[in-house]
Each structure stands twice: as C-alpha cells, then as structure tokens.
Design a protein around this ligand. Structure first.
Ligand SMILES: [Fe+2]
Ligand SMILES: [Fe+2]
Length: 357
C-alpha cells in the first residue's frame, strides 16, 4: 500500500475529478492485474436533509449532497453504480426524503440505498419504502456478492410503545445519550433471510455488506451499536473475504473481527466527534482506529469526505480524501491480518492528522 498525496491520487484515481476534496466515496473493486472484473462504485452517505418550512431546507446539508452528486458525475472512469448509505432525511419527513431524492436524481447511473434511522422512525419506513423499495436485498456484480441490510430496526416493545406520535418516536431515537432510546437491531426475520441468501454463495466469493449502523459494538449511548452484531457476524464467518461498509458514525473507523474487515464512511453533512472524547459511558472504539482531529467549524465541509476503496486482493484499502484536512489511507495489511493506517498506526506516531490551511 502506497501513500499518495492528493495530486498523485487524483491523477491516478480519476483524472477528471475536480481538484479539491470531494464529499463522496469512490470504491474500486479489483481482483488483480488484468482481471476483466475490475470495477468501481461511488459511495455517498448521511446527508441529513433538513426541512425548515415551505420549500426551505438547511443550506449546509443541501450543499454537501449537491456537491457529492456533481463530483460523482465527473468521475472517469464512470462508477458502475452509486451506493447511498442512509440518513437522507433528518426527521424522516416526506419533504426531506423527496428533496434528497430530487438532488440524488441528478446522479448518472444506478443507485442503491440502505435505510438510516433518520429515514425510518417517524413512520417505520413507509415513505422511504414507497420511494425506494424493500429494506433489504442482495445482488451480484462482477463476481462480488453485495448484501444490503436494514440494521436500524429495534426491539418491538420499544418500537410499538404508546407514542404521542411517530415524530415523538423519531425524536427519541435521534437523541444522543438518551436513556429512553433503544439499541439497533438487524432482527431475526432479516437474519433468517441472510442465512438463506448466503447459502447460495460460494465461500470463495468476496462478500461486501452495506449497513447503516456498524455491525459491531462501539458506543451504546450514541447507538454506534447493533445489538445482534455477533449473530450477523457468525453468518458471515464461513466466507474467506468479507467487508462491512457502514455509515451513521460520520467519521473514520476501522476494525477487524475474525474474517470481517469493517470500515465506516464519511458523511456529506457533518462529522461526529469520537465517542472516546465523551466519557459518560463505556466506549468500544476499535483499538485499530486512529481518530482524526475535530472539524474546524469555520469550514463547513471539513471532516466530511469521500473514499476511494481498492479491493485488489479481495481485501479493502480505503483512501479517504478529506476537505481541508490530510488525506488518510487505511488498508488491509496481509502480514498483520487486519487494516492499518500506514502513516499513523505506529504507536510512537499516533498523532491524528491536523487541519492545515
Ligand atoms: Fe447520520
Ligand atoms: Fe444514522
């Protein structure tokens, strides 16, 4: 894995991308030199489109998504498809979902979606589903099996409590450190579906799973957490190469649990601080993860970003390009058997990348 500076990266990765950092992800899946199966896809996540009144929406979040769509359309070579990682809306209002989809409608090519909790809890996903289809599905593309899961369900007793309104339920779920909230869940129905779906897939086939919440347990207070994560991981265990890509946390995170590499993607809206900076509750931020610095509030796109993901060996190298921040590369180290940040992983050099203007 080689560290590329921004100029080299853009030159090598996509010559026609506009200079500067871009708030979406470019994913390259490659199985070795000369393979005809190499392809790329883009990844955009967590736009949190926020309705104010009438036709007014919060400008900053609109701009993040508009920029992502514009820059994705400039990609050369064209990505085979784009994936959207959830939380189109802030409070799940039809106006927010429609406005987000209007902006995303400018994208060229096929778009796949996963549901975020901000899309779901006002009406339990009815409007999102009407616009975008089922909560979970799988598809095959050029030798890779892709699985899309709805990981932001929760325990039925909580979901169907006697709420004042759907919006009351949404606002409870959207709050951080809320003792009246409830942890996320993939759930038995979906795990049964996943088990049957994976039964048809060869153990040698690379599997890439898209979820909104991490399919690992990081920080319960902010729902950086999926209650049945271990049961989902067990279903993925027979496969040689598995990668889980997730949104929701709005920050760089990476981890390796047995055969599964985990990587978070950046949001187009705003960054969350790392849970370890908040000590109210136990944090399980993966030891492998080296935090990036907090965002500069005077630069609205700082700590939002996009990734170039290279799966040249069937494992993932994530190339993060970060507006007004230093680029990061987190790649799979075959000798260590887990992802490492080559520039920052060495213990004596655990200094997060700093903003440089
Ligand atoms: Fe989000
Ligand atoms: Fe979320």
């Amino acid at each position: 894995m080689k560290q590329l500076n921004r100029r080299q990266f853009l030159k090598r990765g996509s010559a026609l991308l506009a200079a500067g950092s871009l708030p979406f992800s470019l994913v390259e899946v490659a199985f070795g030199k000369g393979s005809e199966e190499n392809f790329t896809f883009a990844y955009i996540s967590d736009s949190h489109i926020t309705h104010v009144k009438g036709n007014q929406f919060v400008r900053n979040w609109d701009r993040g998504l508009i920029r992502a769509v514009a820059e994705t359309n400039l990609m050369d070579p064209r990505p085979d498809f784009t994936f959207y990682g959830g939380d189109i809306a802030q409070l799940g209002k039809p106006e927010e979902i429609d406005h987000g989809l209007d902006i995303l409608g400018g994208l060229k090519g096929k778009l796949h979606y996963v549901m975020g909790e901000h899309d779901y809890y006002v009406d339990l996903g009815d409007y999102w589903r009407k616009q975008l289809g089922p909560d979970w599905h799988s598809f095959d593309h050029k030798g890779v099996h892709f699985v899309v899961l709805n990981s932001i369900l929760t325990h039925k007793e909580w979901m169907h409590k006697k709420w004042d309104s759907g919006m009351d339920r949404m606002k409870q779920m959207a709050r951080l450190d809320n003792p009246n909230g409830s942890p996320f869940l993939v759930g038995e129905e979906q795990r049964t579906w996943l088990k049957n779906d994976l039964a048809k897939v060869s153990r040698d086939t690379p599997v890439i799973v898209f979820s909104h919440s991490p399919l690992q347990k990081i920080y319960k207070g902010w729902n950086f957490w999926t209650d049945d994560a271990e049961q989902v991981q067990a279903l993925l265990k027979p496969f040689k190469k598995v990668t889980v890509l997730y949104g929701h946390v709005h920050q760089i995170q990476y981890n390796q649990i047995d055969n599964i590499s985990f990587h978070a993607v950046m949001a187009t809206a705003w960054p969350w601080p790392y849970p370890s900076t908040y000590k109210q509750a136990e944090s399980h931020l993966p030891k492998l993860t080296i935090e990036m610095n907090r965002a500069d509030p005077f630069h609205e796109r700082d700590a939002t970003g996009w990734q170039f993901i290279n799966v040249a060996t069937g494992n993932v190298d994530m190339h993060y390009l970060l507006p007004d921040n230093q680029n990061r590369i987190v790649g799979f180290d075959a000798t260590k058997g887990h992802p490492v940040d080559k520039q920052y992983q060495i213990a004596e050099n655990r200094i997060p990348p700093q903003i440089h203007y």
